[in-house]
Design a protein around this ligand. Structure first.
Ligand SMILES: [Zn+2]
Length: 334
């Protein structure tokens, strides 16, 4: 981390790191490196007359990194930016695109646009208020840290928290300019892009993007590479939504977080959500209190799921993340 410290301090340099990976002809994943202040992935879809981008990360400087990388990929302008859901790490970079590509439209469904207005805008103000305390905690942890490795990690996290705070304070939230009800289809000479709502899962309005010819689907956080966040989710309905997703024709999946996967990961992830809901429901039916459920359910599910959900090392550890999943599920089935 030490070597690139100074390049990250400058304004606009951006500390977000992406790996650009080709998924199909003209379709790329910008895979966001796991980070303390998480950034979503971006999908890049090039067509005859322009580019479609899916999701814009947690801050404008991250989206600017993508705009720079795009110029290496294609001279075509970005015409559409799609937001898969209302969470901060997927739309805070929106403002960059209409500024860089005049006329670019930002698209989502009506439910997600509504959620951005009702909850997303408020959360920006929450972050402005809360991140200073987070920074103070990191500073205290750093002052108390002894090991060199621990210090380096905390210094890096602290830099990210400070740059995030600076950016979130100056955010000019760019809300979607186009909102659809159930489905929207973009037709180009060489491509079809289907935007779908398949039911509630990670949020009330999750948008899926399907490229039927290329057999690629883009899922936002309804499917990710590590343990899902369920704080705004609907675990009981999530499984049905993933079953409707499974009915589409595709071989490659670009997720909200994590590398490209195939259908086998969809099956594992669906299995986790399904087994979680069933296990919590069984416990709740016996009248078990939440703190006991939070002990027994991880133990019951660990043999099947702890290893597959640890592909990114100790980033967002399953043992820790599942506790929030249990709380949300318990509140809904109880
Ligand atoms: Zn996310």
């Amino acid at each position: 981390m030490g070597g690139d410290c100074c390049a990250q301090e400058g304004h606009g340099a951006g500390d977000a790191r992406f790996d650009i990976k080709k998924v199909a002809e003209g379709v790329h994943l910008a895979f966001a490196a796991p980070a303390y202040k998480v950034n979503s992935n971006t999908a890049i879809i090039e067509s005859d007359d322009g580019v479609v981008i899916v999701d814009t990360h947690s801050k404008p400087s991250a989206a600017r990194v993508i705009v720079d990388r795009l110029r290496e990929l294609t001279p075509k302008p970005v015409r559409y930016v799609i937001n898969t859901h209302f969470h901060w790490d997927h739309w805070h970079g929106n403002e960059v695109y209409p500024a860089a590509y005049p006329g670019a439209e930002i698209v989502t469904n009506q439910i997600t646009r509504e959620a951005m207005l009702r909850k997303g805008l408020k959360r920006i103000q929450d972050h402005v208020r809360q991140v200073p305390a987070e920074i103070a905690t990191l500073e205290a942890d750093l002052a108390a840290a002894t090991g060199a490795g621990q210090r380096a990690k905390l210094e890096h996290d602290l830099r990210m928290a400070r740059s995030y705070l600076a950016e979130v304070k100056g955010l000019k939230p760019a809300l979607p300019t186009i909102a659809f009800e159930q489905t929207m289809k973009i037709y180009r000479r060489d491509r079809e892009i289907h935007l779908l709502h398949l039911g509630r899962a990670h949020t009330e309005g999750d948008v899926f993007v399907h490229l039927p010819r290329e057999k690629v689907v883009i899922t936002g956080d309804a499917l990710i590479g590590w343990t899902p966040y369920m704080g705004d989710g609907y675990p009981e309905e999530w499984v049905g939504t993933l079953d409707r997703l499974a009915q589409l024709d595709f071989t490659h999946i670009i997720m909200g977080h994590g590398d490209v996967v195939g259908r086998e990961w969809l099956a594992t992830f669906r299995g986790y959500v399904h087994d979680l809901v069933e296990a919590v429901r069984r416990e709740a039916a016996t009248g078990a209190p939440l703190d006991e459920v939070k002990q027994r359910v991880p133990a019951a599910l660990a043999p099947a799921y702890e290893k597959p959900f640890s592909r990114y090392g100790d980033y967002r550890p399953w043992r820790q993340q599942i506790l929030g999943n249990i709380e949300r599920t318990f509140a809904q089935v109880g």
